[in-house]
Design a protein around this ligand. Structure first.
Ligand SMILES: O=C([O-])CC(=O)C(=O)O
Length: 371
């Protein structure tokens, strides 16, 4: 599993891409080895005659050995899906203010897009407002041999801060409806969080003294890329910038008070960790077929797939945009799978010292300590 920290080496994103291309090439030559991390290949290289894999390594011809050596020089840590475009907002000690960047794969270092092109805006909302112009700069940066800022020097902010809206969807997994004995809704159930609840992917969740029942909810979030109203389901993807991981932290006691308006229970400060990256839609194979999970103190509490969503991104955005204009940077949380604390027997709630990891395949993992 990907980790939040992990040292970024002094390699460039271009080199990392080359490693991926070389690895694909290696797959053609030697399929079983290509599924190992490059670090793994390193150990195969050093330990001939050990495991079955090592024997395979020994059997390689000189051409393949040269290829392996090249790979080892290029990168010695696992190569995560590095063709994703992973837009981030980050801060680093040498910067006066946060910048927009590219995360070089899950757990990798960061390319500073504002250094690559000083004309680019420094916030994601403004970056998205520039549309294709900004995205094409990011694409050029992805393809270039740019230096990476090591991950150890980077503080990640949420990929979007202060959007116009954070829209949420309730009861969007049939089995989450089942665990609370309610019917699957006929139309999406929409509520919201204030944007002040957004925090970064590794920031703390602050337990409010006003609540005794704070619960977890992993969710996939959609990030809007273009202004739109009355968007047809068939046109929705043209309005989507990409996807990220969200945690819809929920104070159950307050969710059910206040005339049963969910807002207060959902919008305490720090109740919307997001990130680490906005993965652009064109670089994800299928956002509606991704494993999604939540761990509390290392133990899996939610485990599902986004293919279980009742209403998919197209239906949700078509529905919501009947009522409100969507703007670049708006966030839509798409609902949580079963396994929340409130419906356990007995119920379980978050307490100080807990650590929650929300993970979605291809998108990444956010890790938030409860304080
Ligand atoms: O269970 C809730 O509180 C509703 C909700 O946010 C969801 O289903 O994702």
């Amino acid at each position: 599993m990907a980790t939040a920290g992990g040292g970024g080496g002094a390699i460039s994103l271009g080199e990392e891409l080359s490693a991926c291309l070389l690895r694909s090439w290696l797959w053609l030559l030697c399929p079983p080895l290509s599924t190992c991390s490059l670090a793994g290949i390193g150990s195969l290289h050093r330990e001939p005659g050990g495991s079955g894999h090592s024997k395979q390594a020994l059997m390689l011809g000189s051409g393949r050995r040269r290829l392996l050596s090249t790979l080892l020089q290029v990168q010695k840590r696992p190569c995560q899906p590095c063709r994703n475009m992973r837009l981030v907002q980050f801060q680093a000690p040498h910067l006066e203010e946060p910048h927009v960047g590219l995360e070089s794969g899950i757990g990798g270092g960061v390319v500073d897009l504002n250094t690559f092109d000083p004309a680019l805006p420094k916030t994601m909302v403004q970056f998205l407002e520039r549309g294709e112009t900004a995205l094409s700069v990011a694409r050029r940066a992805l393809a270039a041999q740019l230096p990476l800022i090591p991950r150890s020097q980077v503080t990640f902010l949420a990929p979007v801060t202060r959007p116009d809206k954070v829209i949420c969807v309730g009861l969007n997994y049939a089995d989450h409806c089942q665990e609370q004995n309610v019917r699957v809704p006929k139309n999406p159930i929409i509520f919201s969080k204030f944007s002040s609840s957004i925090v970064g992917p590794y920031d703390s969740i602050i337990l409010p003294p006003e609540s005794k029942e704070v619960d977890w909810e992993v969710e996939m979030a959609v990030v809007i890329g273009k202004k739109g109203k009355h968007i047809k389901a068939t046109d929705v993807m043209a309005y989507v910038a990409g996807f990220t991981v969200a945690h819809d932290v929920s104070a159950r006691d307050w969710q059910m008070r206040n005339g049963k308006q969910w807002l207060l229970g959902k919008t305490f400060d720090t109740f919307c960790p997001l990130g680490p990256a906005l993965v652009t839609k064109d670089t994800i194979a299928d956002p509606h077929n991704l494993k999604i999970s939540c761990r509390v103190n290392g133990e899996i509490v939610q485990s599902s797939n986004t293919n279980q969503m009742v209403f998919k991104t197209e239906d949700l955005i078509a529905w919501v945009s009947q009522f409100v204009t969507l703007y670049p940077g708006d966030i839509l949380l798409t609902g949580t799978p079963p396994g929340v604390g409130m419906f356990r027997k007995p119920p379980v709630f978050l307490k100080k010292g807990d650590e929650v990891q929300c993970e979605i395949e291809e998108l990444g993992v956010i890790i938030n300590k409860v304080v």
